[in-house]
Write a protein that binds this ligand. Structure first.
Ligand code: BG6
Ligand code: MG
Length: 218
């Protein structure tokens, strides 16, 4: 295994539990519009863009473009209302120490998210200056599960994918990482069996454990 030089983190569901906010916001819209939508349905929305999320939620029901735009805006308004209450205490357990250990070790740090809300979320968490590169839905690259976003971030961090570990809670994110030849760490049930390493939560992760286990994979 080459020396690891960088870590790239997904945001929603990895750095903080905004994955739950995305679910609650879609759920509110779905309930108001009489669309069947469950927590189990929501698993398929993890890690994919706002528009693709709406497409999956609609399950084939046709709507015109003006309605789609209005519904996506409404869902985002609900999300921003929930985001308003977020503070640095809402970093997921284990995140702060992992970022500090990585910094101390000299690793470069990036964010790779399908969201357009990355900067306000990082701001709320007190992490605006914690990353060397941020790739998000404004980065104008093909979204996950294509590897492009992560490759774009690796370029900005000046590292190769094989020197980089991706942390993801979504199937689409692990697929993107593997297709880009990154090392992948899956967090939570949606990524079990898909990534090089898997942990039940961020709280279960230490940098030393990840590096030791990746080294053992050769
Ligand atoms: C991803 C989330 O990070 O961003 C998805 O996992 C979300 O649930 C997507 O739909 C797009 O986010 P936003 O903030 O641009 O609507
Ligand atoms: Mg996620």
């Amino acid at each position: 295994m080459p020396t690891i030089r960088a870590l790239i983190f997904d945001l929603d569901g990895v750095i903080t539990d905004t994955a739950e906010f995305h679910y609650l916001s879609w759920k509110q819209l779905a309930d108001e519009e009489g669309l069947p939508f469950t927590r189990a349905d929501n698993e398929a929305l993890r890690g994919v863009s706002r528009r693709e999320s709406l497409r999956r939620l609609l399950k084939g029901r046709p709507i015109d473009e003006d309605t789609a735009a209005a519904w996506m805006k409404r869902k985002n308004d609900y999300f921003l209302e929930l985001l308003d209450r977020v503070t640095p205490a809402d970093r997921l357990p284990g995140v702060t120490s992992l970022l500090e250990d990585a910094r101390r070790t000299g690793l470069r740090l990036g964010i790779g998210s399908a969201s357009k809300n990355v900067r306000p979320v990082l701001d709320k968490l007190g992490l605006s200056d914690a990353f060397d590169a941020i790739g998000d839905a404004h980065s104008e690259v093909v979204s996950k599960p294509a590897p492009d976003l992560f490759v774009w971030i690796a370029g900005r961090l000046d590292v190769y994918p094989t020197q980089t570990v991706i942390f993801e809670d979504a199937e689409a994110g692990i697929e993107a990482g593997r297709r880009g030849r990154f090392w992948t760490v899956g967090i939570g049930p949606a990524t079990d069996g898909l990534a090089h390493l898997h942990y039940d939560s961020m709280a279960a992760i230490t940098l030393a454990d990840v590096l030791t286990k990746l080294a053992a994979l050769g």
